[in-house]
Design a protein around this ligand. Structure first.
Ligand code: UDP
Length: 330
């Protein structure tokens, strides 16, 4: 029996595939390679190039493979883009998940772990955020992820499927081996953008807004290492395989850093001055998002290994320095 990883050529998906294979699991990866990279897929994983909105292709896969559970990363994930192109998010994230669930129900595959996000909360009433706190997304990305959670709930009631939604805070860092890391085109995430400066790819980093109600006026986020996120997916899948009920877990370190603090840490890690310029706010950004992950620790037994931002950024820097063009040659 194999684990199907949808979006396994993307950033968090590829790291999860590495952890699954290290743990001796059989893995099938499916990815449309629109934002993922074939070279990011572990050589021991079986690979299908398909789009989850293509039900025929999914049906063929479920007929050909014995799948015991699905880990679903195949979605669009940029806050800014979701505000300028919301229908893309409804199509990739909601329509894609709908087609996937149709195919899973038809083929009797009834366990799924999937990427949700801290953006489901919107502007939190308090931090750290608990899973039971109010969800009122301020951007379309978070809205589609919250709707994916609700879709799973209704499908669960009707068809007995069980799910775990993992609400990630800010994923960053790279595999400690240096084999894989973060690569988006265009890049929009803070840590890789900052590291483009010492890599000679840009001359400064823009700080999106300096007038938020935070200690230095810049947004606060909870940065969590991608390998720790990957481990949480395996624990969540095993929880479902052991009969665990539907559940939602936050995944973060429980410590918030401002954009300026992240830039300062990257300056210390890289030894580069990394010039920064204040720019207008980015649409849809809440002022602060910091997780309580106590529930994942208590129920899943999750123990994040990387709780230090400098170490997390060091792993990212090792990857970007050795792969200035990501997975592209040259
Ligand atoms: N950010 C920034 N400059 C950039 C990219 C991001 O100031 O070039 C800020 C962004 O406004 C947010 C934080 O960095 O407050 C993290 O953004 P990212 O896109 O990495 O993750 P998100 O929190 O949107 O999931």
């Amino acid at each position: 029996m194999a684990i199907l990883v949808l979006g396994g050529a993307g950033y968090i998906g590829s790291h999860t595939v590495y952890e699954l294979i290290d743990a001796g699991r059989e893995v099938v990866v499916a990815d449309n390679l629109q934002t993922g990279f074939r070279a990011a897929v572990h050589p021991k994983a079986k690979f299908y190039q398909l789009d989850i909105r293509d039900k025929g292709a999914l049906d063929t896969l479920f007929q050909a493979e014995e799948i015991e559970g699905v880990i679903h990363f195949a979605a669009s994930s940029q806050v800014g883009e979701s505000m300028s192109d919301p229908l893309k998010y409804y199509d990739n994230n909601l329509h894609g998940t709908m087609v996937l669930l149709q195919s899973m129900v038809e083929h009797g595959v009834d366990k799924i772990v999937f990427s949700s996000t801290a953006a489901t909360y919107g502007e939190p009433e308090r931090v750290p955020i608990l899973e039971s706190d109010k969800t009122l997304p301020t951007n379309c990305y978070g809205e589609t992820k919250l709707s994916m959670e609700h879709m799973m709930g209704w499908v669960s009631q009707a068809h007995g499927l069980r799910y775990v939604a993992l609400r990630y805070f800010n994923a960053c860092g790279a595999h400690p081996s240096g084999a894989i890391g973060e690569a988006h085109d265009p890049e929009t995430h803070l840590v890789p953008i900052i590291l483009q400066v010492p890599n000679g790819k840009r001359d400064h980093v823009s700080i999106f807004g300096e007038d938020y109600p935070t200690k230095d006026g810049t947004c606060v986020r909870d940065y969590i290492h991608v390998t720790d996120l990957a481990q949480a997916h395996i624990l969540a899948l095993d929880y479902l395989l052991k009969g665990g009920e539907n559940n939602v877990f936050n995944l973060g370190n429980g410590v918030g850093f401002t954009v300026k603090e992240v830039i300062d840490t990257a300056r210390a890690v890289t030894g580069h001055p990394i010039p920064a310029q204040v720019a207008p706010r980015r649409a849809g950004d809440p002022a602060q998002l910091v997780a309580s992950s106590q529930k994942a620790k208590d129920i899943l037994g999750w123990k994040p290994k990387y709780d230090d931002l400098a170490t997390i950024i060091s792993t990212a820097w090792a990857w970007h320095k050795s792969h200035p063009n990501g997975f592209e040659e040259g």
